[in-house]
Design a protein around this ligand. Structure first.
Ligand code: SF4
Ligand code: SF4
Length: 196
């Protein structure tokens, strides 16, 4: 980690979190000097989808505010578009940091920042393991069942949306030629991460 911005002694005392984020992501968050360009270009933040702006997340990592950062909605709401990364004058890969924080939160079972995040993640991965890609209609139904115990929740929003996409979504689960290989990739990743 090089060319870091000077933090106060107290801040440096708590920089272990930044070290661990660096080890996991290869991104040196200590280089951030809080110009705010990442947040100014983040459409999710501008639309009010985040509780903490991306530059503040960087600051939280610098200050060792692990619990607070992992409990934000922001890390789950980030869509990894990398606009922030492209705008950062310090070449910080903010999107990668967001993903790393999400992995850290998931490993620790911290999901209150965005209640449906882990449910969505598990259904999404089940679909990948089963079919080799996402089966959107199945994902929608499974998500509704898990969230509300019925697939008829949010009907007023759901019906127009379904009509809109009905002709575009596959009606049956997709059949991928190489779905076995995808499954093996996922299983190997889990083994490497020690989840099996
Ligand atoms: S654009 Fe880069 S330097 Fe500026 S606040 Fe965001 S992360 Fe920090
Ligand atoms: S990668 Fe995430 S934080 Fe960065 S601009 Fe996109 S949504 Fe915002």
């Amino acid at each position: 980690m090089s060319s870091t911005v000077n933090l106060s002694a107290q801040q440096r005392e708590h920089s272990d979190f930044a070290e661990r984020v660096f080890k996991e992501s290869g991104v040196d968050v200590l280089k951030c000097y809080q110009c705010g360009k990442c947040s100014a270009g983040c459409s999710v933040h501008i639309c009010g989808g985040m509780d903490v702006s991306p530059n503040r997340i960087m600051r939280m990592v610098q200050l060792g505010m692990e619990e607070e950062a992992l409990r934000t909605r922001t890390i789950w709401a980030c869509v990894l578009c990398s606009t922030c990364t492209a705008r950062c004058p310090r070449d910080i890969d903010i999107a990668r940091v967001m993903d790393t924080l999400r992995i850290m939160a998931h490993k620790r079972g911290i999901t209150e920042g965005f209640n449906n995040a882990s449910v969505f993640h598990n259904i999404f991965m089940d679909s990948i393991i089963k079919y080799g890609r996402v089966y959107e209609a199945g994902l929608l139904v499974a998500l509704k069942m898990k969230q509300s115990g019925t697939m008829f929740a949010d009907l007023p929003i759901g019906i127009p949306a379904m009509i809109n996409v009905a002709f575009r979504l596959p009606k049956l689960p997709p059949k991928m030629k190489n779905s076995d290989q995808v499954r093996r990739v996922v299983e190997n990743c889990k083994k490497i991460e020690g989840e099996n």
